[in-house]
Write a protein that binds this ligand. Structure first.
Ligand code: ZN
Length: 262
């Protein structure tokens, strides 16, 4: 099968795609993090999940997948457990914005002017926005025109029906889902060899105050780093998530980039 991964192509192959008559392919840039995901999921979960999904979405839209950005902005206590856990290796916001901006700019300079920032780590969100904004400003000054950037977090595409499959008892909150039912289920489906199934935690949901404290107050953070129980995770639930979000995000990107129907 022909690869969708830019890092597996030659420059000659990539150039031919960028110069295609009907316009350049959509490039999906998975943006993740190296962040603790409890005792049962790998540190790279937030980078692997968008990469796995991107590699399934790209063929549906004639798109490409850029190498994943495996480091992201700092883990926050209320959405990721906090950056103090061993293995959380993160970038300052200014570094991260500069990194994403540089990648966007070089893709666009080479004619790959349809770019999707495909996020797997909530903490990245506004810095991706800033990177897109600064990249467009820089590219405009250089005379690189017609660049379009779309940003999305894959988890926002889960429908109510899929949510009901994942959480028959009701969803607590997406923030507290860190390393819990959704991520564990998708990893059980797509990379079961990386899930320590005997270590899936079943603690009560974390209870945080509405304010944030600096330096971080670690007392409300569960010792496992998991913010709510992952006990009810299953590969079947993960399969349901992937089966729904892949075609839905493909359709959304087709719409956003005005590609027309498949
Ligand atoms: Zn995660």
């Amino acid at each position: 099968m022909e690869t969708v991964r830019i890092d597996e192509m030659t420059w000659v192959e990539l150039e031919a795609k960028a110069k295609a008559l009907h316009g350049p392919p959509i490039v999906i840039l998975p943006t993740g993090a190296l962040e603790q995901h409890g005792p049962h999921l790998p540190l790279g979960t937030d980078a692997m999940m968008p990469r796995f999904l991107a590699e399934r979405i790209a063929p549906e839209i004639g798109g490409l997948v850029a190498p994943t950005l495996s480091y992201g902005f700092k883990s926050q206590p209320k959405s990721g457990g906090g950056n103090h856990f061993p293995g959380c290796v993160s970038l300052d916001a200014s570094t991260y914005i500069a990194l994403v901006k540089d990648v966007i700019c070089d893709l666009a300079r080479h004619g790959l002017s349809r770019i999707t920032l495909f996020d797997g780590h909530m903490e990245n969100q506004w810095f991706l926005t800033e990177a897109a904004d600064l990249a467009l400003r820089a590219l405009k000054a250089e005379g690189v025109a017609d660049v379009k950037i779309v940003k999305l977090g894959y988890w926002t595409y889960l429908t109510k029906a899929t949510e009901d499959v994942l959480f028959p008892e009701g969803l607590l909150s997406w923030e507290l889902e860190h390393a819990a039912v959704m991520e564990t289920s998708v990893m059980l489906h797509l990379a079961p060899e990386l899930v320590r199934q005997d270590l899936i935690p079943d603690g009560p949901p974390a209870a945080f105050p509405l304010y944030d404290v600096y330096p971080v107050d670690t007392r409300p953070i569960p010792e496992t780093g998991v913010l709510s129980s992952a006990k009810s995770a299953s590969a079947e639930k993960g399969r349901a998530v992937v089966a729904q979000v892949v075609p839905d995000i493909a359709a959304a990107l087709r719409e956003a980039f005005e590609l027309g129907e498949a």
